[in-house]
Design a protein. Sequence first.
Length: 480
Amino acid sequence: MTWMSVLITIVLAFNRWVIFYFGLLNGVYLLLFLVSFVEVLRFVKRTFFSDYEQILKSEMTWPISMIVPAYNEARNIVETVRSLLAVNYGQFEVVVVNDGSNDGTLERLISTFELKRTDRIYRRTLPTGPVRGIYASLEHPNLSVVDKEWGGKAEALNCGINVSRYPLFCSVDADSIMEDNALLRVVKPFMEHPQEMVAAGGIVRIVNGCEVREGRVVRIGLPKKPLPVFQVVEYLRAFLGGRIGWSSLRSLLIISGAFGLYRKSVVIAAGGYDSWSETEDLELVLKLHEHMRRTGRKYRIVFVPDPVCWTEVPSTFRVLARQRNRWHRGLLQSLWRHKHMIFNPEYGAIGMLGLPYFLVFESLGPFIEILGYITVALSYWLGVLNIDFFVLFLIFAVFFGVFLSVAAVLLEEVSFRRYPGWEHLARLVFYGVLENFGYRQILAIFKVKAFWDFLRRRRAWGRMEREGFRAGPASPTLRT
């Protein structure tokens, strides 16, 4: 047997395996999307009759601490804090944790919100680095700013938990804008299931291309640059087509760090955020699942599709590569740390569904996809490219992705309709098709590189350059 015949045998065998893998993956995607579709329609119907005004006025509504970790966020921090102070909610506080910034973040906060240093006493429940001072606002009694030495985002969040006063806390990124009724909507599951609720996440949308004024998104638009528009489609698919489905299956692993609501006592009991993790939000949710399963208590960790937080996304491939590298390394770190939960029935749906999916498809999927493209090219070069295989490969590897992306855009249109113009819909559908011919493959390469960095134990957050929010003219705030 010649080396050529051996190579052909290997390539053909791998081709058959790739078709099986992509068929199984797309079956899971389709199931998740169908579940998400049904749940979104149910949610929209329930929300139509929801009385958020009653939640707002009720004395039983949980007070909330909003914690904002900030490192070198001088460009956006003032608008973010203004948006949080203006939320439509009863009792709440905003705790900004300045994590050793050196770009004037603290100085901007002090001058804008009339901050004065205080002798506030708090319990150091979770370990953090040294705190240099705590400031209170003369203008806003519910605003506090903690100035601490740099220790990373997880440590800053733990510090905010220590200083916070209320039983629920909401983690909010410093480059995010929260809509008026976001807290009312995300707290609703805690009102409906007060004994069981542990955490809830809301949808994160992309602020690039929108107009922001005084901490509010006053006009929704799409970015001019192609790269952020690809991410708009990607976020719609991930949140509306993925997380809703996983939440319904009680297997939600990710609550975005940009916007998540947690029961503080359970987070503290689980050990808080881990500074070793590069995706502290994913790691915290896994720790909460593990903690609650071990204690034997009934619990809920859910995704609510309506509460909206707007965040800035990378507008260059250089910054996007850093972000996705960190995200994928963080996923691999958490899968490795919680490997005892994978395929373990003691951890219920999270052990038998959620974690196996992320291991088999999310962590290994980029390798299979890239190798699939390589073996297709090899098959053509070797003269053994079967037309039936090639058609199936295109359907499973490319065109099904087109279907999911376009379906997510249309689901957004028939449910929440945040992008009001037909030109928005047409552009999103166009990019939903286009992203499967280049953008998705580039992301797969980023993830393969991240896997290699994980094996080398390389740790690097990477600087995320911000363009800042686009200031808009005075106009009515969007109805939320």
